[in-house]
Design a protein around this ligand. Structure first.
Ligand SMILES: C[S@@+](CC[C@H](N)C(=O)[O-])C[C@H]1O[C@@H](n2cnc3c(N)ncnc32)[C@H](O)[C@@H]1O
Length: 187
């Protein structure tokens, strides 16, 4: 048991997770895109690819990186087909989150063994090709909800909670967790 446990920890430390947001927007939803970026960054992904986004998404992220550290990147404008193709070329497993997929809890042991992942989330409409190209089509409940929620739960389950303990290098600000009020110090 102990050996299996330490192997899990070892894998989680070497894991590389990227996120891809697929799909055209029907309306401007910069807030959704910004939240996808913030959740990806806070919860252990190293970058997010968004084909269709305005520059202000990266502005917000630059400010968050400056204040709170780390080097999370949002890559805008790369066609999603190209992101998928390159991910596969470098041996990255493609995990597409969809309400129609296999329940996450059935796949999580297998997903935790993967070292390089591209987690794909959609917008209002996801092209059929994504379902065919994905190595895994996985659902977070078989009910419709939100790409932000699905991403957060999947990141958490795949990393077994390790992402909650993560710290970010070179931050200007640091929170001193407190039971009441806000305590923030400058580094
Ligand atoms: C507005 S929803 C569209 C729902 C879509 N019909 C689907 O395939 O899940 C936008 C995105 O949220 C994510 N999503 C929504 N519900 C989900 C669920 N139960 N499990 C996994 N992902 C979900 C998917 O990535 C989806 O593309």
């Amino acid at each position: 048991m102990r050996a299996a446990g330490s192997r899990l920890v070892q894998l989680s430390m070497n894991r590389s997770i990227r996120v891809l947001r697929v799909g055209q927007r029907y309306v401007r939803d910069e807030r959704t895109l910004t939240h996808l970026c913030l959740v990806s960054r806070a919860m252990g992904a190293e970058s997010i690819f968004i084909e269709d986004a305005e520059k202000d998404v990266t502005g917000t992220l630059d400010e968050v990186n400056r204040n709170w550290g780390g080097d999370f990147r949002a890559v805008l404008g790369t066609p999603w087909r190209q992101v998928l193709k390159e991910a596969k070329k470098e041996g990255r497993s493609v995990v597409h989150l969809t309400m129609y997929g296999i329940p996450l809890q059935e796949k999580v042991p297998e997903l935790r063994e993967l070292e390089k992942l591209l987690i794909v989330v959609g917008g209002p409409k996801v092209p059929g090709q994504v379902y065919h190209e994905a190595d895994y089509n996985v659902s977070v409940t078989s009910q419709p909800h939100s790409e932000i929620a699905a991403l957060a739960v999947a990141l958490h389950e795949i990393q077994g909670g390790e992402e909650l303990k993560r710290t970010f290098a070179k931050s200007k600000l640091r929170i001193l967790p407190s039971a009441r009020g806000k305590r923030v110090v400058q580094n």
